[in-house]
Design a protein around this ligand. Structure first.
Ligand code: NAP
Length: 294
């Protein structure tokens, strides 16, 4: 009670930036906001946000500046003209981008004496403020520690390392995992849906299955790190035979089979590379090879 909350500035009040600012206001942080289109700040002003007239005024208002705009072009367009005002302050960048873009901003920040932390938000706006939500960070650990209470108000901060591109790298990897999982679930939902089973009936069973799958991930992670894939649970050969059941059931019901066909082709390349008797984790050998040859 009575603890002073640190002042913070949020630049970019799209769907995500507005959620960040609203959460910081809710937690009692004196919050200054700026957005290119000023009308988006109105609802936040009603909740107590201080409106900055310019990016320079926004930056000057707080020791910690959080930026969350569409992309890196928008970031530079907004911050480059006020780099001098940012000097000596902490900049936390929650704009999505590539690891290389994060490294470039880190370099830009260093050249302007700005303390820089890159971040990635692993949720949609309604998840901001939940302690369950991961906020991935990379770059200056000092910035995270100096502003931990403020940043922890947004979600659980995970610092991945000093290399600024790491948060974006993990973000890309985790989004790939999300899209593959969602598309696999939707394919399965369409398959059972062809027999009039509702998505809401199938999904609790799918979720139980996913928790078994997380166990496979843990087993296979150790195999990937060791570079050895003992096929003592289920071999690639067995998976190739099994996926034919999915292909047949889905084709019979008129479904688009592009996803399982891609998966089968990848398994076959793994077998052809000599891993037929190995575990599914050996698929990584084929994925790595294609990456290197791309
Ligand atoms: P959004 O609602 O489209 O908002 C985009 C923001 O960028 C607005 O504040 C917009 O200003 C600003 N902007 C665009 N071009 C600009 C420019 N040239 N100069 C200055 N400002 C500019 O997008 P969002 O959902 O908030 O996403 C913002 C960032 O968060 C993105 O990098 C996104 O990938 C990331 N993110 C979003 C989610 C999500 O669920 N929404 C989740 C994780 C990460 P105006 O209002 O003036 O157009």
């Amino acid at each position: 009670m009575g603890t002073e909350r640190s002042a913070v500035t949020v630049i970019g009040l799209g769907q995500m930036g507005s959620a960040l600012a609203a959460t910081l206001l809710e937690r009692g942080h004196p919050t200054t906001v700026w957005n290119r289109s000023a009308h988006k700040a109105r609802a936040l002003a009603e909740r107590g946000a201080r409106l900055a007239a310019t990016p320079g005024e926004a930056v000057a208002a707080s020791p910690l500046v959080i930026v969350c705009v569409l992309d890196y072009d928008a970031l530079y367009a907004t911050l480059d003209p006020v780099a001098g005002d940012l000097a000596g302050r902490s900049l936390v960048n929650l704009t999505s981008g590539s690891p290389e873009q994060a490294q470039e901003v880190a370099e830009w920040a260093r050249s302007h004496s700005v303390d820089y932390l890159d971040g990635a938000i692993m949720t949609t706006p309604p998840g901001v403020g939940s302690p369950e939500t991961m906020f991935l960070y990379s770059g200056s650990r000092t910035v995270l520690e100096a502003h931990r209470p403020t940043l922890a108000a947004l979600g659980d901060p995970l610092h991945l390392g000093a290399e600024p591109g790491l948060a974006s790298l993990y973000d890309a990897a985790l989004l790939g995992l999300m899209w593959s999982t969602l598309t696999g679930w939707l394919h399965g939902t369409a398959l059972v849906g062809a027999e009039k089973i509702q998505a809401t009936a199938f999904t609790p069973v799918a979720i139980r299955w996913l928790s078994a799958v997380t166990g496979f991930l843990t087993t296979y992670a150790a195999q990937v790190d060791a570079g050895r894939y003992p096929g003592d649970d289920a071999t690639v050969d067995v998976q190739i035979a099994t996926i034919d059941h999915l292909l047949h059931a889905a084709a019979t019901r008129g479904l688009d089979n592009a996803l399982p066909e891609l998966l089968k082709a990848t398994m076959e390349r793994t077998r052809d590379a000599g891993h037929g008797s190995d575990s599914y984790a050996s698929v990584i050998e084929v994925l790595r090879k294609r990456e290197a040859g791309a």
